[in-house]
Ligand binder design. Structure first.
Ligand SMILES: *[C@@H]1O[C@H](CO)[C@@H](O)[C@H](O)[C@H]1NC(C)=O
Ligand SMILES: *[C@@H]1O[C@H](CO)[C@@H](O)[C@H](O)[C@H]1NC(C)=O
Ligand SMILES: *[C@@H]1O[C@H](CO)[C@@H](O)[C@H](O)[C@H]1NC(C)=O
Ligand SMILES: *[C@@H]1O[C@H](CO)[C@@H](O)[C@H](O)[C@H]1NC(C)=O
Ligand SMILES: *[C@@H]1O[C@H](CO)[C@@H](O)[C@H](O)[C@H]1NC(C)=O
Length: 227
């Protein structure tokens, strides 16, 4: 009978072990807070794009305002580039391409899109010069404009592609290792690979998503030594 009654000390060891196991079995919050998300008509969006909707932290995306999406139910998300709003019609992750379209012209002149380390033009865009400012428009829209088939206003509202960067090779390596890409500013890097255990610099340790199992096995090995 005595053997089945837990003494206070063995009870507290069990209690500690439970706490230990719970805290280890839980995935890191960076990892759990950055799953791909649906943003209006775009599904399964992830790094470098982010949104401040749905309680999604900014560290799930690249630390650039340009990559922030405004999600709208069943409609194309909106992004802001060089203070202009664009619909994001299509996302081509494997080639780092975004198909965008100006939201509206209003009475403001459209502006150029600043090319920086986040975005670049592609061969699907051409510049037209309006009031001494170079404005990107789609190549087909450009041809139609030159050919007199469409007006400037119509051309400005045609979609075109832009290229986005943001550590794509790193991100692929991270995802292949079972991690989720994110942003973390350190002295040497802006990229973080969020893994189940904790954030890593480029990719999760060997085994990737299997690392949780590895930890449980390790805990299993510790257990006998307590008894
Ligand atoms: C991505 O872009 C490439 C090059 O333009 C194209 O060949 C490919 O079909 C596109 N993929 C998707 C999913 O749009
Ligand atoms: C454009 O005009 C609409 C309607 O007048 C207004 O709601 C919107 O805020 C304007 N957008 C910009 C970027 O000025
Ligand atoms: C083009 O759009 C601007 C701004 O909405 C407007 O002021 C202008 O009259 C339009 N031009 C033509 C030719 O429709
Ligand atoms: C942007 O594209 C142009 C033309 O394709 C290229 O010459 C330039 O190096 C690109 N810029 C970056 C930052 O990749
Ligand atoms: C369009 O203009 C931008 C900025 O002025 C420039 O960086 C880009 O290379 C130009 N693109 C083309 C296709 O000429």
């Amino acid at each position: 009978m005595d053997a089945f009654i837990l003494s206070p000390s063995s009870f507290s060891i069990l209690f500690l072990l439970t706490i230990f196991q719970l805290s280890y079995a839980r995935d890191d919050f960076h990892f759990t807070s950055c799953p791909p998300f649906d943003c209006g008509s775009l599904s399964s969006v992830s790094y470098p794009f982010w949104t401040d909707q749905y309680n999604r932290p900014s560290y799930c995306g690249y630390g650039n305002e340009g990559y922030k999406l405004k999600c709208r139910q069943n409609q194309s998300p909106v992004m802001t580039l060089s203070s202009q709003e664009f619909y994001v019609l299509h996302l081509n992750r494997s080639h780092g391409l975004l198909t965008i379209k100006r939201v509206e012209l209003n009475n403001t002149c459209p502006q150029t899109i600043l090319i920086n380390n986040a975005f670049n033009y592609t061969e699907t865009a051409e510049n037209i010069t309006l009031e001494q400012v170079e404005i990107p428009i789609g190549k087909k829209a450009f041809d139609d404009l030159i050919g007199g088939i469409s007006t400037v206003n119509e051309s400005l509202l045609e979609p075109f592609d832009i290229k986005y960067f943001a550590y794509d090779d790193y991100c692929k390596e991270c995802e292949d290792s079972g991690g989720r890409c994110g942003y973390k500013q350190t002295e040497t890097s802006l990229f973080a690979c969020y893994c189940r255990d904790h954030p890593h610099t480029t990719k999760c340790h060997e085994g990737g998503s299997g690392s949780n199992l590895g930890r449980k096995l390790a805990i299993g090995n510790i257990l006998p030594s307590f008894f």
